[in-house]
Design a protein around this ligand. Structure first.
Ligand code: AHG
Ligand code: MN
Ligand code: MN
Length: 315
């Protein structure tokens, strides 16, 4: 049995960087504990305030943000925190080399209904500023709070998955995630179909056509509505996740946030052999101009991402 600490000790990374993963794992264990009891302790529902994105915060969004902030504040290697739930970056008292950008609780619409949600995070060199492209990430990961609590992380070359055991320890359960190039499963919110661009409509129509369409095979559709859960499924067995630019979200630049949703997930998928695109370029190549910047996100099995890119190339 390999624990998260065993695995981290065997990686060829700076000890401070490894400790950031330990910190995010500890925060995730605490959040998992709160989620497990939330319906009993009454920590459900709205918090009564909105975040910088104008979204209603749920009580658990606010609690999860506090938990992450508290754990990060105790790690001397982290000097800056960017969070979906905080308007401004937090400059911590520590002079550490690392910056963490986080979505403390992803999948808010699935809170209170006992469906998988998660915590997503990205690690950057704090000395290089706030607005770095995803390709500059030193590490990334997420916790998925599902039937089991998973912790999936990368420092770049490989993505590994850990599962929380009954004693509160993360145990290595997949040493190297591999997203198969070919797949027949897609994830997109089809209720937005009338808002989609030509490329998205074209690609999805081909999938719906199944064995009678150009792909020549039948597809299945899955949409949890928590990016963490949808991407976790893709990392475990392949598929494609899409939250494209559409006529409603175009003015904002997309739906998902670049620094703490698009970038960490794109790095994990790339480490597992998959690909990502905004339709125009790899998600990892987008240079941010704002810490809460939004971005179109398409990621997963390489062959499927290529098909989407081909539709965008048609213009
Ligand atoms: P968050 O809860 O952090 O705001 O993120 C929710 C995101 C993402 O998890 C998911 O893929 C997407 O929103 C769901 O969007 P729809 O409501 O359009 O299904
Ligand atoms: Mn989110
Ligand atoms: Mn969130």
């Amino acid at each position: 049995m390999t624990t998260l600490s065993d695995w981290l000790a065997a990686q060829n990374v700076d000890q401070g960087l490894a400790s950031v993963m330990t910190t995010m794992a500890a925060a995730s264990v605490e959040i998992a504990g709160v989620l497990r009891q939330a319906a009993i302790t009454g920590q459900t529902g709205l918090a009564g305030q909105t975040n910088v994105q104008g979204e209603d915060q749920k009580a658990l969004d606010v609690i999860s943000n506090h938990i992450v902030l508290n754990h990060i504040g105790q790690n001397p290697h982290i000097s800056i925190l960017i969070s979906e739930e905080l308007d401004e970056p937090v400059h911590l008292q520590n002079q550490g080399a690392y910056l963490v950008a986080t979505d403390p609780l992803d999948g808010s619409s699935n809170l209170d209904v006992n469906v998988t949600v998660g915590t997503i995070f990205s690690i950057l060199d704090a000395r290089k500023g706030l607005l770095q492209p995803g390709s500059a990430q030193l590490g990334a990961g997420y916790a998925a709070y599902g039937p089991a609590t998973s912790f999936v992380i990368t420092f770049g070359p490989v993505a590994a998955a850990f599962t929380l055991d009954e004693t509160g320890v993360f145990v290595l359960t997949t040493a190297q995630l591999g997203v198969p190039a070919a797949s027949a499963e897609y994830a997109i919110n089809t209720a937005r179909e009338r808002l989609w661009d030509r490329a998205t409509k074209g690609y999805v129509a081909e999938n719906v056509a199944g064995e009678t369409g150009p792909a020549g095979k039948r597809y299945n559709m899955r949409w949890v509505g928590s990016m963490v859960a949808d991407v976790h499924r893709i990392l475990m067995r392949g598929g494609i996740f899409m939250y494209p630019l559409d006529s409603e979200n175009a003015a904002k630049g997309g739906r998902l946030r670049l620094l703490y949703e698009g970038n960490p997930m794109a790095l994990l998928v790339q480490a597992a052999g998959g690909a990502s695109t905004t339709g125009q370029q790899s998600v990892l190549d987008v240079v941010p101009s704002d810490i809460h910047q939004r971005v179109p996100v398409v990621l997963g099995s390489a062959d499927e991402v290529k098909r989407v890119e081909a539709w965008y190339a048609k213009g």
